[in-house]
Design a protein around this ligand. Structure first.
Ligand SMILES: Nc1nc2c(ncn2[C@@H]2O[C@H](COP(=O)(O)OP(=O)(O)OP(=O)(O)O)[C@@H](O)[C@H]2O)c(=O)[nH]1
Ligand SMILES: [Mg+2]
Length: 230
């Protein structure tokens, strides 16, 4: 049974936003090219809203915002890992977005409330993700506003151990994914100094555990407006 994400725990988000006294929650979605950022957004919205890549070239080139409902809005960004020059241009766009502000009661606040970094389940090379964290994200937003999720759970073991009929991993793949979540959490701490919440693993393509990704966002969303300076 497919969940409807546009109303998923809408009340909880609204309550948290009520505490924080702002609305909507703006979530920037980022990660290496091909990790599945756009596919993840399409799954949230249950229709094709963000263009998904089919080849090796990065598909998303600009920043696009999508409102899921009145309380949450997602920002799709171009992925890093497509050569130095492209990475530089895309990094600048991401940093600009992180410094987008609004003024309320004569005070400036950061527009982006939360950063969600998507990692590809099969990709053991974390170098570009560390670079993204160290050079682009961590210097420009509070660390407790960074979340990590592992996509493409279905192909984490090259497609083996995925139970197609049941749309879930078998015990072996599940154990692998569990182990990977813990290991990525540990490696991110070592490589970037950021203590992230244990990542969830999911498959945007097959709509597996996407509700847990939503839970990660809702349960860890900030309870106050973002101060601009760290
Ligand atoms: N098997 C599998 N494939 C996926 C999954 N999510 C995305 N893909 C595929 O991965 C490819 C890249 O997905 P995109 O959503 O375009 O990736 P992106 O992160 O938006 O990439 P850029 O826009 O280039 O930064 C596409 O062919 C998707 O169909 C998944 O959960 N499982
Ligand atoms: Mg994209």
């Amino acid at each position: 049974m497919a969940l409807k994400y546009s109303t998923y725990r809408e009340g909880d988000i609204a309550i948290n936003l009520g505490i924080a006294n702002f609305q909507p929650l703006d979530v920037m979605v980022t990660g290496v090219t091909g990790a599945g950022k756009s596919t993840t957004l399409n799954t949230f919205f249950q229709k094709e809203i963000a263009k998904v890549g089919t080849g090796v070239d990065p598909e998303t080139m600009e920043l696009d915002a999508y409102s899921l409902n009145n309380v949450i809005r997602f920002w799709d960004t171009p992925g890093l890992g497509d050569g130095l020059r492209a990475d530089q241009i895309h990094s600048e766009k991401i940093v600009d977005l992180l410094y987008k502000t609004y003024t309320l009661d004569e005070q400036q606040h950061g527009f982006i409330d939360l950063v969600l970094i998507i990692i590809e389940g099969a990709n053991r090379d974390m170098g570009t993700t560390y670079k993204l964290l160290n050079e682009v994200i961590v210097p420009n937003i509070q660390r407790d506003r960074i979340l990590i999720a592992i996509n493409q759970a279905d192909v984490a073991m090259k497609g083996r151990h995925w139970l197609t009929a049941e749309n879930k991993p078998d015990a072996k793949l599940k154990a692998f994914l569990e182990e990977q979540a813990v290991s990525i959490q540990k490696r991110v701490l070592e490589a970037t100094g950021v203590e992230v919440v244990k990542p969830v693993y999911y498959s945007a393509e097959y709509n597996y555990n996407v509700n847990l990704l939503f839970d990660l966002i809702i349960d860890n969303m900030p309870r106050e407006r973002r101060k601009l300076f760290l």
